[in-house]
Design a protein around this ligand. Structure first.
Ligand code: PLP
Length: 388
């Protein structure tokens, strides 16, 4: 059996006619940048994400960059963010000359540890970027309390978490000043190329973002500040407008796949419980846990990635690959160990959970079209390797 990590063609083929008609429509209109498709996407997603306004931008990275530029982050400013995330979260801060300040993650959720955020605040702190990693919200009550106490704005990195709910049905992206999204093809709502979006409920910041994405220009050829070209292409918005109505269904399928993994890992005697943070005889595979799950089975975890941890991870990966099972390592090198951030001199003993995640995590196939047979096969190969 062949189980790829992700097969985007299955989704494409399931809605080919609609997608191709939408792209052809843009081609024939020759309205190629911004325009009505982008406006429609912004209106839909502002509402869906529980925010007042949305601005379509060129990528998730540029969403974060534009938000930090709207906050006027500059050399000498510190921005607190998780040590364990995709590179963009830290990269945007450094690109503006700011100083990224890394905080260890929570061992269960992989999200930023609020106590570490609080300990890192000083007079130079200008923003906090919690990341809702793998499709589950960070501990936003604690983070927003710190934000209010110290008057520091929060920029939520929602790249892997579109539509994710936190506790009382608050959507991620609607709690901080900005919520930043990515439409990179592997995200839960993916375009046919790069794309992103920023949401905010602050009207002044919304106006500033609109200008920021177009070189800070307003009116035409007058620039009060320096922005960038962060515009979203119409063809991406058209594709996303066709795909959006399916998002909840896809997220539900990812969640159902995660439940199947739990069921089969438990049945194989490899994982007694979810959310365990140390290996033992009953938990040779550490399974993810949706910590904010309530009775109401909604979007508390949308599994952009399904991450388990296992000893001898690299050998396991090789064995899976030999058995035609795709997997990936997110992320093998946490920020405090990246060469480009050596100048920051972060204390390497401060990040035990982040190091543990980097050393033992492996992402397994979780995409919506995955079958139960494929999931059973993946778990059977885990069992086979661990029995050796
Ligand atoms: C994908 C991702 C980004 C960047 O999005 P791009 O659209 O690829 O620029 C930022 N942060 C996180 C956590 C991501 O997963």
């Amino acid at each position: 059996m062949n189980v790829p990590l992700l097969d985007l063609k299955l989704q494409y083929n399931s809605m080919k006619d609609e997608l191709e008609a939408a792209m052809l429509n843009v081609a024939q209109s020759q309205m190629l940048i911004l325009g009505p498709e982008v406006k429609k996407l912004e209106t839909t997603l502002a509402e869906y994400c529980g925010a007042g306004f949305a601005v379509g931008v060129s990528s998730g990275t540029d969403a974060l960059l534009a938000a930090l530029m709207a906050l006027d982050i500059k050399p000498g400013d510190e921005v607190i963010l998780p040590d364990y995330s995709f590179f963009a979260t830290a990269g945007v801060v450094a690109r503006l000359g700011g100083t990224p300040v890394f905080v260890d993650c929570d061992p269960v959720t992989f999200n930023i540890d609020p106590a570490g955020v609080k300990n890192s605040i000083n007079a130079r702190t200008k923003a906090i970027i919690p990341v809702h990693l793998y499709g589950q919200s960070a501990d936003m009550d604690s983070i927003m309390e710190i934000s209010r106490e110290y008057g520091i704005p929060v920029v939520e990195d929602c790249a892997q978490a579109i539509g994710v709910e936190y506790k009382n049905h608050k959507k991620v992206g609607s709690m901080g000043l900005f919520g930043c999204y990515s439409f990179y093809p592997t995200k839960n709502l993916g375009g046919f190329g790069d794309g992103g979006l920023v949401v905010t409920s602050d009207e002044k910041m919304y106006q500033k973002l609109l200008q920021m994405r177009n070189h800070g220009m307003e009116p035409k050829y007058y620039h009060k500040f320096v922005g960038g070209n962060f515009r979203l292409d119409a063809i991406q918005a058209a594709v996303l407008n066709v795909k959006f109505p399916h998002l909840e269904n896809w997220n539900n399928k990812r969640r159902a796949n995660a439940d199947l993994y739990t069921k089969y890992f438990k049945a194989a005697g490899l994982a007694e419980k979810t959310g365990v943070t140390e290996f033992d005889a009953a938990n040779k595979v550490l399974l993810p846990k949706a910590v904010y799950k309530s009775d109401n089975l909604r979007n508390y975890h949308i599994y952009n990635q399904y991450i388990v941890r296992v000893e001898k991870r690299d050998e396991m990966r090789k064995f899976l690959s030999e058995n035609s099972i795709g997997s990936e390592i997110y992320y093998p090198v946490p920020f405090h160990k990246q060469e480009c951030f050596a100048y920051l001199g972060a204390n390497p003993t401060y990040f035990p959970s982040s190091d543990f995640a980097a050393d033992y995590s492996i992402a397994l196939p979780i995409f919506p079209e995955l079958t139960e047979e494929q999931i059973k096969y993946v778990v059977s190969k885990f069992a086979e390797f661990l029995a050796k």
